[in-house]
Design a protein around this ligand. Structure first.
Ligand code: GDP
Ligand code: MG
Ligand code: ZN
Length: 287
């Protein structure tokens, strides 16, 4: 039978197939071959002996949070607490885009937003490069409907820091999920971790992935990835004079030209330069 791994716990895999959940083990052969099963995997399993026989080919796979076969990532960012970080939005987006997965941005807690000017500018910058943004609040009916439409028929992963309201949003889609909500802790300066690992929640003909909060430091992005996949840059980067252009002071840099023309955002490029300084070159990985 074919099913999807929706969660794992202590070597037991929970599989969802045709509306039924099965708890199954993996054959030893996976360990032997160093094949790692993960949430999101589509597998062929034996529903009499409860073992997984085979992993079906993955269309994509993220390492953090660990999940396979994602159709859409909703980069989730609070506009109040934890404080809105435009830098983090771009970092998350780069990470998702470099895995060739579609991304949209959901700004949460708009009920608590006082000044809209920054958020409007970010929204228009993202619109320029074809990234859709949504503004939601967990108790607002039209927000709930918008998110329900967004997730229809897809495997959707909510990515974002602890405390931005990922679990709240999932509960807003359907209260029956009853996801634990973490109190945002001012003392710790971050939300308490309530979601320990990725879990896929079947919803109508979709799957919603609730994920543990993680810090941006967990993301492995190298300078070369950033130069190619920074949101909006992939379309142009092959047109730079140097094939390994980092879009700094190189001659005939297409990215800089597009910024001059107003096609790409200046503010975003400042973030790009800041991130570039923080990241490592890929070759350093092998030291
Ligand atoms: N004001 C406001 N608070 C929210 C909203 N959504 C979530 N929160 C609060 O933010 C905190 C963290 O929410 P949670 O869903 O656990 O975040 P997660 O860690 O991303 O899953 C909780 O105290 C929620 O009550 C919202 O739309 N508006
Ligand atoms: Mg949560
Ligand atoms: Zn360039």
């Amino acid at each position: 039978m074919i099913g999807k791994i929706v969660s794992t716990c202590g070597g037991v895999y929970r599989i969802y197939a045709n509306g039924v959940r099965y708890d199954v083990f993996a054959k030893g052969i996976f360990k032997y071959r160093h094949e790692h099963l993960c949430v999101g995997d589509n597998v062929d399993f034996d529903d009499e002996h409860f073992v997984i026989n085979q992993i079906l080919e993955r269309k994509n796979e993220l390492i953090r949070p660990k999940c396979a076969n994602i159709d859409l990532v909703l980069v989730t960012m609070s506009v109040v607490e934890p404080e809105l970080s435009e830098e983090l939005v771009y970092k998350f987006l780069t990470y998702v885009l470099m895995h060739n997965i579609e991304a949209k941005v959901v700004f949460t807690k708009v009920d608590a937003l006082r000044d809209c000017s920054t958020i409007e500018r970010i929204k228009s910058d993202l619109a320029k490069i074809g990234i859709e943004t949504f503004f939601v609040s967990k108790d607002d009916e039209s927000s709930k409907e918008a998110v329900r439409r967004l997730v229809k028929g897809k495997v959707v992963l909510f990515m974002g820091q602890t405390g931005v309201g990922k679990s709240s949003l999932i509960n807003a889609i359907d209260p029956a999920f009853n996801r634990k909500i973490g109190e945002y802790s001012n003392a710790l300066g971050r939300g308490k971790h309530q979601t320990k690992e990725v879990i896929l929640l079947p919803y109508e003909n979709s799957f919603l992935a609730d994920t543990p909060g993680f810090s941006s430091l967990d993301l492995m992005i190298y300078k070369e990835d950033l130069a190619q996949y920074f949101p909006g840059y992939e379309k142009y980067y092959t047109q730079c004079y140097f094939s390994n252009c980092l879009h700094q002071n190189e001659k005939q840099c297409k990215i800089k030209e597009e910024i001059e023309k107003g096609k790409l955002s200046k503010e975003a490029h400042e973030i790009y330069k800041k991130l570039l300084n923080e990241l490592e070159y890929r070759q350093e990985r092998y030291k």
